[in-house]
Design a protein around this ligand. Structure first.
Ligand SMILES: *[C@@H]1O[C@H](CO)[C@@H](O)[C@H](O)[C@H]1NC(C)=O
Ligand SMILES: *[C@@H]1O[C@H](CO)[C@@H](O)[C@H](O)[C@H]1NC(C)=O
Length: 186
């Protein structure tokens, strides 16, 4: 009995120490993103009263790690929300990002939302204040590369709270505030 507990404690200490050493060697840091620009190519009401939106977003993905590479796997998504309504969504490319690499990603987002007229009215009223809050959500499956070892898949979940000045199509929208936060989901 005591012997089993002793072995368990020993195993836990070994696992803890190994994790600690790996942490010190690799010094993992979360990747981060910034939204460089947002362009609205299309935003209109369809005859069936759905709202069609097409946004082009440029984001920079930054891997700050000196010893960790990041494989962005298939299925990464970027979406733009107004209050709790998803306006549009696009897919992130599949690529490998090396150590301390910054990559500019151009993502086209499209979407069709129901109750478009209510939504369009709300957006137009908000536009008169010159400050439209939008939520940009990142949802990316990644695999971590430590040296030659490719580890299991984890998810990067990010959210950027943007405030833009207008939603006029074919204008480069100026982003007045840009506050992103990220976390990992195993
Ligand atoms: C960063 O990674 C991308 C994608 O793998 C690559 O195209 C680009 O050349 C890299 N940039 C630098 C500075 O290494
Ligand atoms: C960014 O967002 C967080 C949480 O949503 C908030 O606590 C913080 O004050 C915001 N920072 C800025 C500069 O807006």
């Amino acid at each position: 009995m005591y012997c089993t507990i002793g072995i368990l404690v020993f195993v836990f200490i070994i696992i803890g120490a190994t994790a600690g050493i790996l942490y010190l060697i690799f010094q993992p840091k979360l990747p981060n993103y910034s939204v460089d620009s947002l362009k609205i190519s299309d935003l209109r009401l369809n005859l069936d009263m759905t709202l069609y939106a097409k946004f082009d977003v440029k984001i920079t993905a930054n891997n700050p790690n000196k010893k960790i590479g990041i494989h962005y796997e298939q299925g990464g998504r970027l979406s733009v929300w107004y209050t709790n309504t998803k306006l549009c969504q696009g897919t992130l490319p599949k690529f490998y990002q090396g150590h301390q690499n910054k990559t500019l990603l151009n993502v086209a987002l499209t979407g069709q939302t129901q109750y478009g007229n209510t939504l369009m009215n709300a957006l137009q009223q908000q536009q008169q204040t010159g400050r439209i809050p939008l939520d940009l959500k990142v949802d990316a499956p990644v695999a971590i590369q430590l040296g030659r070892l490719k580890l299991m898949k984890v998810w990067i979940l990010g959210e950027c709270l943007l405030v833009v000045d207008s939603l006029t199509a074919n204008n480069l929208i100026s982003i007045k505030a840009n506050n992103c936060s990220f976390r990992l989901k195993l």
